[in-house]
Design a protein around this ligand. Structure first.
Ligand SMILES: NC(=O)c1ccc[n+]([C@@H]2O[C@H](COP(=O)([O-])OP(=O)(O)OC[C@H]3O[C@@H](n4cnc5c(N)ncnc54)[C@H](OP(=O)(O)O)[C@@H]3O)[C@@H](O)[C@H]2O)c1
Length: 378
C-alpha cells in the first residue's frame, strides 16, 4: 500500500480508503446488509494496509456506522482513522448536532471521530449549517477531542465549491472526481484550488460508483490497443493518483476480490507516475465515452419547472448514463426516483415551454419520448 501525506495536516493515510456505503444485501432484492460479510471485507482491507475508512450517518439505512463499529472491535480501531458525516437536512439546532454526534460515537463504539464532515454540501446547505451554529459546534468538539478534523463532502457546482472552501478554515474536503468528471462538480479546478491552499482532498466516486469498472466496447478497444495491459479499474485509479493534490481515493467494495485487486493497484500508484502516452490514452478514453452521449443537456434547469411535472434534466441525465456506461436504468437511483414520483416523459403534453427556455436549443419534446422509450424498455 502506498501512503500519501494529507496536505497541511501532515499526516499519512493509505492511498486507498474503504467506503462503507455500498455493502450488498444478504440476497438480491433484500436490502438488509450482510453484516458478517461487510465486517470481514472491512477487516480484509485493514489487514491489507488500509488506514482510512469512510462512512456516514445516513448510509445503508443508518446501519453503516453500526457495522463499522463492530468491524473495528478487537484492536482494529487503533489501526485506522474514521471519517463520518452529519446530514445537514436532519439538523436544525445545536441540540440536534450534539444528539447526532453522540449517536454516531455510540454506533461506532469509539470516543472520537477523526474526520467529521458536513455531508454532501452545496451553498444552500452551507448557509444553513452556519446559521444553526455548526462552525462553533465543530470548533468546540475539536477542543473537546470528540472530533479531530473539521471537513465537508461536496456535490454541487465549482462556484459553490470555491465559495464554501474559502469561507472557513477547513481541515479537509471530499469531492467526487474521476477521469470523466474533470469539469463536473468541483472538477480539476476545485481539486487544484484545494491543493493550492494545502487542504487535503479525499476522492469519492473514483469509479463513478462502479460505472467505470467495466468499459464499453469502444473504450475497451482503446485499452486493448495500448502496449501496457491494465484493467479499467487500474487505469481509473492510476489516473486519479497521478494528481499530487489527491490524498485518499475512496472505493466501496462488495467482494473480497475487489478489495484484493484494489490493494494490489494501490501498491503501485504514485503522483506523477503516468507517461505522456498514458495521459493521451485517458483523454481518448474520455472522448470515447463522450461519443456515446445521447443528448447535450447540461442540466442548467432553465426548462424547469415543467408545467406537467416532467423531470426533464433528470431523464436526460439517466438517458446519457444508460448509453455512456451501459448502466441498467433499474439500478439508477435517479431514474427510479423519476418513475416512482411519476415525473416521467409520459406526462409530456408537448406544450413546448421547455424548448422555448432551453439555451442549448435542444429538441426536447422528441428526445424525451426517445429517452423514455429507451429507459423503460432497457
Ligand atoms: N459524501 C458523499 O456525499 C458521498 C457520496 C458518494 C460516495 N461517498 C463515499 O465514497 C465512497 C466511494 O464512493 P463509491 O463507493 O461510489 O466508489 P467507486 O469506487 O466509484 O464505486 C464503488 C463500486 O465500484 C465497484 N468496484 C470497486 N472496486 C472494484 C474492482 N476492483 N473491480 C470491479 N469493480 C469494483 C463496485 O461496484 P459493484 O458493487 O457494482 O461491484 C463498488 O461498489 C463511498 O463508499 C462512500 O463512503 C460519499
Amino acid at each position: 500500500m502506498k501512503y500519501r501525506t494529507m496536505g497541511k495536516l501532515g499526516i499519512q493515510a493509505s492511498a486507498f480508503g474503504l467506503g462503507c456505503m455500498r455493502f450488498n444485501g444478504k440476497a438480491s432484492g433484500d436490502s438488509t446488509v450482510d453484516e458478517q460479510k461487510a465486517v470481514s471485507l472491512i477487516r480484509r482491507a485493514i489487514d491489507g494496509g488500509v488506514t482510512y475508512i469512510d462512512t456516514a450517518y445516513v448510509y445503508l439505512d443508518r446501519t453503516s456506522e453500526i457495522i463499522l463499529g463492530k468491524a473495528l472491535l478487537d484492536g482494529y480501531r487503533e489501526k485506522v482513522t474514521i471519517a463520518t458525516k452529519v446530514p445537514p437536512d436532519l439538523v436544525n439546532s445545536r441540540e440536534d448536532l450534539e444528539r447526532i454526534l453522540d449517536e454516531e460515537l455510540r454506533k461506532l463504539q469509539t470516543d472520537h471521530i477523526d474526520f467529521y464532515l458536513m455531508h454532501a454540501m452545496n451553498r444552500q446547505k452551507w448557509e444553513h449549517m452556519k446559521a444553526i451554529g455548526a462552525c462553533e459546534f465543530f470548533d468546540d468538539m475539536k477542543r473537546a477531542g470528540k472530533i479531530r478534523y473539521k471537513c465537508f463532502s461536496f456535490h454541487s457546482s465549482y462556484e459553490d465549491f470555491e465559495y464554501i472552501l474559502n469561507d472557513w478554515d477547513w481541515d479537509m474536503c471530499q469531492i467526487q472526481y474521476n477521469f470523466m468528471d474533470i469539469s463536473n462538480q468541483a472538477g480539476t479546478k476545485g481539486l487544484e484550488l484545494a491543493g493550492s491552499k494545502g487542504i487535503p482532498v479525499v476522492i469519492m466516486e473514483g469509479l463513478l460508483g462502479g460505472r467505470l469498472a467495466s468499459a464499453p466496447d469502444n473504450v475497451q478497444a482503446l485499452y486493448d490497443a495500448f502496449p501496457v495491459k491494465r484493467s479499467a479499474v487500474e487505469w481509473a485509479f492510476r489516473w486519479l493518483c497521478n494528481h499530487p493534490e489527491v490524498g485518499v481515493v475512496l472505493s466501496g467494495c462488495n467482494e473480497p476480490e475487489q478489495i484484493d485487486e484494489n490493494l494490489r493497484i494501490f501498491d503501485t500508484v504514485e503522483a506523477g507516475i503516468m507517461s505522456e502516452e498514458e495521459l493521451k490514452l485517458m483523454d481518448s478514453v474520455r472522448e470515447a465515452y463522450i461519443s456515446r452521449t445521447k443528448i447535450g443537456c447540461t442540466g442548467c434547469r432553465y426548462c424547469m419547472p415543467c408545467p406537467n411535472g416532467v423531470n426533464i434534466p433528470g431523464i436526460f441525465s439517466a438517458w446519457n448514463n444508460w448509453s455512456l456506461y451501459n448502466a441498467d436504468p433499474k439500478s439508477d437511483w435517479q431514474f427510479r426516483m423519476i418513475r416512482d414520483k411519476s415525473n416521467g416523459a409520459d406526462n409530456c403534453v408537448s406544450c413546448a415551454a421547455c424548448e422555448a427556455a432551453c439555451p442549448q436549443r435542444l429538441n426536447i419534446i422528441e428526445s424525451l419520448q426517445s429517452a423514455w422509450s429507451d429507459l423503460t424498455n432497457a
